[in-house]
Design a protein around this ligand. Sequence first.
Ligand code: GAR
Length: 189
Amino acid sequence: MQSIVIFASGGGSNAAAIINHFRESTTARVTLIVCNKPEAGVIEIAKNEGIPFLLISKKTFGELLIVEQLREFSPSIIVLAGFLWKIPEHIIHAFPGIIINIHPALLPSYGGKGMHGQHVHTAVLANNERESGITIHYVNEAYDEGNAILQARCAVLKSDTPVELSKRVLKLEHFYLPRAVEFFLFFSR
Ligand code: GAR
């Protein structure tokens, strides 16, 4: 069984999409959810699904022990699904090539520190962009700069609010992220 570890900071709709996608899988399952916010919706999801979760602080995330804790779950892939902290180098070096992130815009535009969630969609609208979308990419030491795995696009309507645009983009996320994980796992067997 391949092991999927998810890092998330928020409501966890992408985490839920991955959990659902692999619910009946005979080859992979979500084994751990790592979260930096005790009140995040993703913690409720983990509890309801009976999936172990690990709450981290800035301090514990910066310590080497986290690598040992993650290794106990033998991750085949680590998915940042709405995880808003930068990944420290000791984690990147311990799990080379298996950490991926989803970003709610077409990188390299609208990426980098502070560009997350509604901030991204507000910036896209402020620039009168005609399209936006998602980028799924490998994670390296620099925010949002690892090689892209896939991008998918959607229209930006003149009438869009950030919330309306985020809903359209989230639909792309929920469709593509679980499938990107599936492809990744297939080719890493
Ligand atoms: C998603 O839109 C994801 O792309 C974004 O956070 C949201 C989390 O939603 N991630 C970033 O902005 C990373 N820079 P969710 O908690 O419902 O999955």
